[in-house]
Design a protein around this ligand. Structure first.
Ligand code: FO1
Length: 320
């Protein structure tokens, strides 16, 4: 079975682990969000691609969910001693090596898709990991300017990591997305897929950014295969992250039903909500999306594999 998964960072990576356990023989292509990418210290950092690569390749810091295990921060401390920041973004020494290799290859003219393939040759994640695009896309968040009357746009990482999403987001803009082209292999993987899955990743800044690359949403809607998603909202709050803040910015309520309707029946065939949200199943089905309530907490591999198996079962059900 050929499965395409649209993945953000931690939630996407953990879901993929469960999917690989539930469907060990599947041929999985992951289309990774690159809107979180940031240039720091002259280096190109791709947090979501790296989180997937390290998680599936066995190099992730398990408790944190991002960055490398057994990490040290000597380079960061030395940069700080020169007064060179930002200090709010935790790049470790091992992680730095990934960004140096990536930046060197990009500088030599390789596209991000080729660089990602080269990095994965070391990590052997067991999936084909594709960036959504080789073009530069950077998600910016519009906030009230703390130093003035107006508003200002800041990088998504600054909103999330430095400000911890503590102020309202008025708009979320994937800068560059409208001009971006899907990376080589993205549209082909979607056209060849037997099923497309949306993990419980952020519907705005993760899955939403991938869908904002022209051609991707259309390819999924036209593929004629089941598209099944898992709600990142459980009991009216995100399981992790800042989905509630960025959903508000796009005028969507922070509920499992509202997120399903935000994707819409033109895109989504099936939607899994947590058992605490069983009350919304009817509402989602009334919107033309087949819906089931199952436990959606990725507490361990077994629980996550069960979620993935339910997503595949729902896909078969809607396939009819
Ligand atoms: N998240 C944090 O909360 N604090 C950090 O200092 C931080 C550093 C970091 C470095 C490399 C990397 O690949 C990811 C990193 N993340 C950090 C995670 C990241 O900011 C976000 O969780 C994702 O971009 C959202 O998907």
């Amino acid at each position: 079975m050929r499965i395409v998964v649209l993945a953000g960072g931690i939630g996407g990576a953990r879901f993929l682990r469960g999917l690989m356990s539930a469907a060990p023989d599947a041929d999985i292509t992951v289309i990774g969000n690159t809107g979180d990418d940031i240039h720091l210290f002259g280096l190109k950092v791709c947090p979501d691609l790296d989180t997937v690569m390290y998680t599936l390749g066995g190099g992730i810091h398990e408790e944190q969910g991002w960055g490398r295990a057994d990490e040290t921060f000597t380079v960061k401390e030395e940069l700080a001693a020169y007064g060179v920041g930002p200090e709010w973004f935790g790049l470790g020494d091992r992680d730095f090596a990934t960004h140096i290799v990536r930046t060197q290859m990009l500088g030599a003219g390789y596209p991000l898709s080729a660089v990602t393939e080269a990095l994965c040759a070391r990590w052997q994640p067991g999936v084909r990991l594709l960036p959504m695009t080789d073009d530069r896309v950077e998600t910016h968040v519009l906030i009230d300017d703390p130093e003035g009357e107006g508003r200002k746009a800041i990088h998504f990482q600054e909103y999330w990591v430095r400000l911890r999403a503590s102020v309202p987001a008025h708009a979320v803009v994937p800068v560059g997305a409208d001009q971006a082209k899907p990376a080589p292999g993205v549209l082909e993987a979607i056209a060849d897929a037997d099923v497309v899955l949306f993990p419980p990743s952020n519907p705005v800044v993760s899955v939403g950014t991938i869908l904002a690359v022209p051609g991707v949403r259309e390819a999924i809607a036209d593929a004629g295969v089941p598209v099944v998603g898992l709600s990142p909202i459980v009991g009216d709050a995100p399981v992790r992250g800042m989905a509630d803040k960025v959903l508000a910015a796009v005028g969507v309520e922070s509920t499992a039903a509202a997120v399903a309707k935000h994707y819409g029946s033109g895109l989504l065939d099936g939607w899994l909500v947590d058992t605490v949200d069983a009350g919304v199943v009817e509402e989602v089905e009334a919107a033309g999306i087949r819906c089931r309530a199952i436990p959606l907490m990725m507490t361990d591999l077994k629980a996550t594999a069960a979620m993935a198996a339910e997503a595949l079962a729902l896909a078969e059900e809607v396939r009819g």
